[in-house]
Design a protein. Structure first.
Length: 400
């Protein structure tokens, strides 16, 4: 867990020139542990961002005390999910009120009344500007909620924010998001979309967990990285180890899918909308099977599979799970109608997940659960009827 916290803190504070303060690491770790008590049931894409949000909250709380450099968040989840998760956890993990000033006041009230003999007295400390020991507190005010979330909101109406592309920063090209979505859909693994996006985003934006000396920070053959992350996520979701022949078949399907998506009209339109021209396809190269093998070895050897994006995937949960809504945030005046349509279509999904106890796996009254129950009930009734018929046929033969 500490390694994941340190990775998140390093990503949030890229300009920090010294080692991460131990107080910051301890507070972030403590917030993660507290969050598991107040928000134990999160959606898969929300669970991926738990550690990052807690690290972000820790940085905000200690940036004045530790004189931290500017915080530059690059969350591993879509901004809509991250903004909602940050707002929820920052409220649920509110700092404990300072009780020391009240205790000092009570002690002062308990002092006997002054006598005629004047003795030197210690000047009372103002609890709002000094510590109980009389030391001045930092003068920098705590950031407001609006200021903390300003980095995740559009700067103006004419241009989308840098994170509006589903958590996409400068290191993530515009083609990655639509290509990942298209690839998972073609391969019948819509439940893997959020995990693949989180994995690719983590590799492209976070420091290498186990770097080698002289290693280049620039990631090569990004399409092969997408393919390798999909293989890992697919294996984890199915809960089954693949043999050599199965791996070659999966790899061939991925390579064919990527090749087709490069010329797909729908994908080309989405990339063009995100970033016009060839810049939208920056980092795209033709790859072969060996490139995927190289990335698989690197992800395993350099500790990428030890981070939260992979550890939080529930093994055997299935690749055909409902897709997480991770559409990019748009300006309000451009998408008011679209947002209303999405709210109508996903009314049932909106009551689940963050801040509630309603999770899909325990929603026994959903349409899918009702259908499964009806099939089970019909099967049980058929078995009961068969037993009764067999018993009725056997009764006349009983001579005792």
């Amino acid at each position: 867990m500490n390694r994941s916290i340190e990775q998140s803190l390093t990503s949030l504070l890229p300009r920090l020139t010294i080692d991460l303060p131990s107080d910051l690491i301890n507070l972030a770790s403590s917030l993660v542990a507290q969050s598991r008590n107040v928000a134990s049931n999160l959606k898969p894409d929300e669970e991926i961002g738990r550690a990052y949000v807690c690290a972000h909250i820790a940085c905000e709380r200690l940036k004045s005390t530790l004189n931290l450099p500017p915080i530059e968040p690059r969350p591993p989840v879509p901004p809509r999910v991250y903004t909602k998760l940050y707002a929820y956890l920052s409220g649920a993990l509110a700092a404990r009120p300072q009780r020391t000033p009240k205790k000092v006041q009570r002690l002062e009230d308990a002092q006997p009344p002054p006598s005629d003999v004047k003795t030197p007295t210690r000047r009372k400390s103002n609890p709002t500007s000094t510590t109980p020991a009389g030391l001045p507190l930092p003068s920098r005010p705590s950031p407001s909620k609006e200021r903390s979330l300003a980095a995740f909101r559009p700067q103006n109406k004419s241009r989308k924010s840098e994170l509006s592309h589903g958590g996409r920063g400068r290191e993530i090209a515009a083609w990655i998001r639509p290509v990942v979505r298209g690839l998972c859909t073609r391969l019948g693994a819509r439940g893997a979309i959020a995990h693949v996006l989180a994995g690719v985003g983590s590799v492209l934006t976070l420091p290498t967990p186990k770097p080698e000396k002289g290693e280049s920070k620039e990631k090569q053959k990004v399409p092969a990285l997408v393919a390798a992350v999909y293989v890992l996520v697919h294996t984890r979701l199915t809960g089954k180890e693949v043999n050599g022949k199965e791996y070659v078949a999966i790899r061939r399907s991925i390579l064919n899918g990527l090749k087709e998506l490069r010329s797909d009209e729908e994908v080309l339109g989405k990339v063009e909308k995100e970033e016009a021209g060839e810049k939208g396809w920056e980092g795209w190269t033709d790859i072969v099977g060996k490139d995927v093998d190289v990335w698989l070895m690197e992800l395993s050897a350099k500790g990428w599979v030890e981070l939260d994006w992979f550890e939080n995937i529930e093994s055997g949960s299935g690749v055909d799970a409902p897709e997480t809504r991770d559409e990019p945030m748009e300006d309000a005046d451009e998408n008011s109608n679209e947002d209303a349509d999405e709210d109508d279509d996903d009314e049932e999904e909106s009551i689940m997940g963050l801040g509630t106890m309603m999770q899909e796996r325990v929603d026994y009254l959903s349409s899918r659960k009702r259908e499964e129950y009806r099939i089970w009930k019909d099967g049980i009734l058929e078995k009961i009827e068969a037993i009764e018929i067999a018993r009725a046929e056997a009764e006349p033969m009983d001579t005792t």
